[in-house]
Ligand binder design. Structure first.
Ligand SMILES: NC(=O)c1ccc[n+]([C@@H]2O[C@H](COP(=O)([O-])OP(=O)(O)OC[C@H]3O[C@@H](n4cnc5c(N)ncnc54)[C@H](OP(=O)(O)O)[C@@H]3O)[C@@H](O)[C@H]2O)c1
Length: 244
């Protein structure tokens, strides 16, 4: 049976790969991006046509609480069941603690933590009414290890993993499963965002000495959203080629 799935950060990277994977599995999607673009609309329309599903672009900026509210309202007012929420959009930030202004920390937390909680609250209310649902938060291996130079990003992703496990406990009684995926180095624009020599250092530490592919993260999300993972909740699936 086809599901209704919300994916944020759908325009590129891991989010784009997940839109494709879920569409090809026959699911209908709300593909959320920060702002409209002709290329994105065209891409989504072509994907929808080739997979024979509905993919509706929805636009909102996770930096703006009111905008997130409006975007989710637009989804919820369709009064279709919301089966899966994938909180994928996120921002990186590298910088030593002494070089990280609180303003930057707040901005990273707004996107990687507060907006994710807001999305969960808005979707969770509907899922509670339905008495079923599945939330997948895209965390990070960087939120498990305490690495120097990653105060903002690492701690924000650590918070998201904690929130994921806690929400699984609060929402289990409503039939809602809440899990996370903690990718390591994945070949996207964000994966390329590394200080000099950092990528090579990471690759050397990994059992599988290559960056992961966005499609490999999408496959994990497909599994978590499936009935095959019906007993999985409160779990953070590490997908890092054997690094952590
Ligand atoms: N790639 C990796 O190595 C890696 C490793 C661990 C975890 N992750 C996590 O995986 C997730 C996806 O990352 P990715 O590698 O696919 O990164 P990416 O290619 O940089 O894509 C990030 C996505 O997030 C969206 N986004 C960022 N800020 C936003 C905002 N304020 N409002 C709405 N959307 C916003 C971006 O939209 P725009 O195009 O408008 O900027 C883009 O769609 C992130 O949560 C990231 O932390 C990635």
């Amino acid at each position: 049976m086809s599901r209704n799935v919300v994916i944020t950060g759908a325009n590129r990277g891991i989010g784009r790969a997940m839109v494709q994977a879920f569409a090809e599995a026959g699911d209908n999607l709300w593909a959320c991006a920060r702002k409209p673009s002709v290329e994105f609309e065209k891409d989504m329309a072509e994907l929808a046509a080739s997979a024979g599903v509905s993919i509706q672009p929805v636009y909102f900026d996770l930096l703006d609480e009111a905008d997130v509210q409006r975007g989710m309202q637009r989804i919820l007012q369709e009064k279709r069941p919301l089966d899966v929420l994938i909180n994928n959009a996120g921002i990186p930030h590298g910088g030593l603690m002494m070089m990280t202004p609180l303003k930057t920390l707040r901005e990273v937390y707004q996107v990687n933590v507060f907006a994710q909680v807001q999305m969960m609250q808005l979707a969770g209310r509907q899922m509670m009414r339905q008495k079923r649902g599945c939330v997948i938060n895209i965390c990070s291996a960087g939120g498990i290890e305490a690495e120097p130079g990653y105060l903002a990003y690492g701690s924000s992703k650590a918070a998201l993993a904690w929130i994921t496990r806690m929400a699984a406990k609060e929402w289990g009684a409503y039939g809602i499963r809440v899990n996370g995926i903690a990718p390591g180095l994945i070949d996207t624009d964000m994966g390329a965002y590394k200080p000099d020599g950092e990528r090579e250092k990471m690759l050397k530490r990994m059992s599988i000495q290559r960056a992961g592919r966005p499609e490999e993260v999408a496959s994990a999300a497909l599994y978590i959203a499936s009935d095959q993972a019906a007993f999985m909740t409160g779990h953070i699936l590490v997908l890092d080629g054997g690094r952590v």
